[in-house]
Write a protein that binds this ligand. Structure first.
Ligand code: PLP
Length: 390
């Protein structure tokens, strides 16, 4: 008996599903150096251009001077420091929720929230296109796990009829690979009518969406009663790292008691919380970032439609170009790269089979001229991309 890893790897390669990590040799931003090549990138999640912002860097450095570098222990032991606490209070105020709890990252916030809230005898219902961390959390919880059709309230309602125990309905706010927005008012109504709780992971909505960057909850004006469990991540538009859960006093106290990915891990560096406090400040107050981003989104969609590219139903910075075949998506990505542009191909199992795509993401750090360069290159490549012979 032995592990035949090489056969597994060879099969993945043969299926055009092999993954490689581009080596980033510069800070995050529109202009990057990757594998020694200067490129104009349209694939990070730094939607507001805060990941390399001088004031955020300065806050990080000042935080490190004042608080040191390491968290030192878990939150429940001696790792919960003043900057973590201040950030939680600022995030609660920002989301209009009674409290917020800081996690090390979004994956762990999702695992922690779902597994603390439901278990054997309960039910968790998820949109079938939810982020992997939410699907994993549902499976790990031990609750009855079921997926409803994408953003389909009728499909959810049917499953709610059969639900037992405490029932958690879980959805992305902005779907990470499609860019569309969950129909939260309808989902919230349906969940409330059945006594279920709605949990929304708004990793991609905080920052770009809502008048003050408060994401889908602010966009739709949904209260803590509509969305009892609201998740945000800090590695995307906030430009730093970490995540939070916002909700009622009872929710947050329950997570502190029962969320294992919260309890059994070292707190994030306090200096990181200092940096996030600054980026939260910029995210809320610098409205020009959202306005400029929305202009770029309009510009891109208009240009892409003229070229004849197939876009998705998205008004967010996530603007995927649907290709279908994985090999063809890789070829288009490679052709763009030859022209100095970096747009990653996203393939199964990250997206459903037969729906490989180029996931274009726009950022307030891009200029109109840079978006035009992307459109010009897409126009050229799209006409030269050979049809699929498979
Ligand atoms: C990125 C992402 C996560 C994971 O967050 P990390 O902080 O990167 O671990 C969770 N949910 C969604 C929808 C995401 O896009």
């Amino acid at each position: 008996m032995s592990f035949d890893l090489s056969a597994r790897l060879a099969a993945r390669r043969a299926d055009n599903l092999y993954r490689q990590r581009p080596l980033l040799e510069s800070p995050q931003g529109p202009q990057v150096v990757v594998d020694g090549q200067p490129l104009l990138a349209f694939c990070n999640n730094d939607y507001l251009g805060l990941a390399n912002h001088p004031l955020v860097i300065e806050a990080w450095q000042a935080g490190a001077s004042r608080w040191g570098v390491g968290g030192g222990a878990s939150h429940l032991v001696i790792g919960h420091s003043t900057p973590h606490h201040a950030l939680e209070e600022a995030l609660a105020a920002f989301t209009g929720r009674p409290r917020a709890l800081l996690f090390s990252n979004g994956y762990m916030a999702n695992l922690g929230a779902v597994t603390a809230l439901v278990g054997q005898g309960d039910t968790v219902l998820e949109d079938r296109l939810n982020h992997a961390s939410l699907l994993d959390a549902g499976l790990l919880s031990g609750a009855r796990f079921n997926r409803y059709l994408h953003n389909d309230v009728a499909s959810l309602a049917k499953r709610l009829e059969k639900a037992c125990g405490n029932t958690l309905v879980v959805t992305d706010g902005v779907f990470s690979m499609d860019g569309d927005v969950a129909d939260l008012p309808a989902l919230a109504r349906e969940a409330r009518a059945k006594g279920a709780w709605l949990m929304v992971d708004d990793a991609h909505g905080f920052g770009p969406l809502g008048a003050n960057g408060g994401g889908v909850a602010e966009h739709f004006g949904l209260s803590v009663d509509d969305v009892p469990v609201l998740i945000g991540t800090l590695g995307k538009a906030f430009g730093t790292s970490g995540a939070f859960v916002a909700g009622s006093e009872a929710l947050i106290e329950s997570l502190i008691q029962f969320a294992r990915p919260y309890i059994y891990t070292t707190s994030q560096p306090p200096a990181l919380a200092c940096a996030t406090l600054k980026s939260l400040d910029l995210l809320r107050s610098e409205h020009w970032r959202r306005e400029h981003l929305n202009n770029l989104i309009r510009q891109f969609r208009q240009g892409a439609e003229q070229i004849g590219l197939q876009l998705m139903d998205s008004f967010t910075p996530i603007q995927p170009i649907v290709i279908g075949d994985s090999g063809r998506a890789l070829r288009l990505s490679a052709m763009l790269r030859e022209r100095g542009l970096l747009v990653t191909a996203i393939r199964p199992p990250t997206v459903p089979a037969g729906s490989a795509r180029l996931r274009v993401t726009l950022s307030a750090a891009h200029t109109e001229a840079q978006v035009q360069l992307l459109l010009n290159a897409l126009d050229d490549c799209w006409r030269k991309l050979e049809p699929d012979h498979a």
